[in-house]
Write a protein that binds this ligand. Structure first.
Ligand code: PRP
Ligand code: URA
Length: 213
């Protein structure tokens, strides 16, 4: 029997949905787009870490000793897929300041839509950590599948994929290639167009974030 694919969670918090609508607007400035992606990164970090296990810890308040709770065990790695994934990084690091960072440099070949790697640098102890792979766009999923393969080759075993927009085609492909990796997204859009862009989408996330074309 095939393993059941991991879950897809749509983060439908009103703040996320409001900010996502502002980002989709073609009139949004580069500065505004970047700020909103950063803010949504912070809000999604809250959701994606919701189930991290806690352990008791004894501390002293100014009044007495008490048993508090702290996050136990494995530490986090944030793994943005360059370039656009970097847009999530600051927001997430502001909530998860002790996370390590792995950079996965990939671009999508405009003709074939295959992912091409140009950079990879990750902490050596990936096997002992929970890795959050970050990319605003899950379109064909070629980039996500390649990034997850690379991180698994380097020992990662506990991975989560975080995006802003997902195409149904990308979700199906990611679940088929990596059924062990749960997905968080702020929206599942309608479909991919003939150029592999998410519709209605928000355009090219990297270009809108950095003001390039
Ligand atoms: C975009 C996006 C994803 C990829 C998604 O990156 O940030 O990484 O496309 O498409 P896929 O699911 O079909 O692989 P792009 O290759 O444009 O690079 P950039 O972030 O440097 O602009
Ligand atoms: N990459 C983007 O930046 N946008 C899309 O719609 C698809 C891939």
């Amino acid at each position: 029997m095939q393993p059941q694919p991991a879950t897809v969670t749509v983060v439908d918090h009103p703040l996320v949905q409001h900010k996502l609508t502002l980002m989709r607007d073609r009139a949004r400035s580069t500065q505004g787009f970047r700020r909103l992606l950063n803010e949504i990164g912070m809000l999604i970090a809250y959701e994606v870490t919701r189930d991290l296990p806690l352990e008791p810890v004894t501390i002293e308040t100014p009044l007495q000793a008490m048993e508090g709770r702290q996050i136990q065990g494995k530490k986090l790695v944030l793994a943005p897929i360059l370039r656009a994934g970097v847009g999530f990084l600051d927001g997430m690091l502001s909530l998860l300041p002790s996370a390590r960072v792995a950079h996965v440099g990939l671009y999508r070949d405009p003709e074939t839509l295959e992912a091409v790697e140009y950079y990879f640098k990750a902490p050596s102890d990936l096997a002992d950590r929970t890795v959050l792979v970050l990319d605003p766009m899950l379109a064909t999923a070629n980039s996500a599948v390649a990034a997850l393969e690379r991180l698994k080759q380097r020992g990662a075993q506990d991975l989560r994929f975080v995006c802003l927009l997902a195409a149904p085609e990308g979700i199906a492909r990611l679940q088929a290639a990596h059924p062990d990796v749960p997905i968080w997204t702020a929206s599942i859009d309608s479909h991919l167009n003939d150029h592999g862009y998410i519709v209605p989408g928000l355009g090219d996330a990297g270009d809108r974030m950095y003001g390039t074309r």
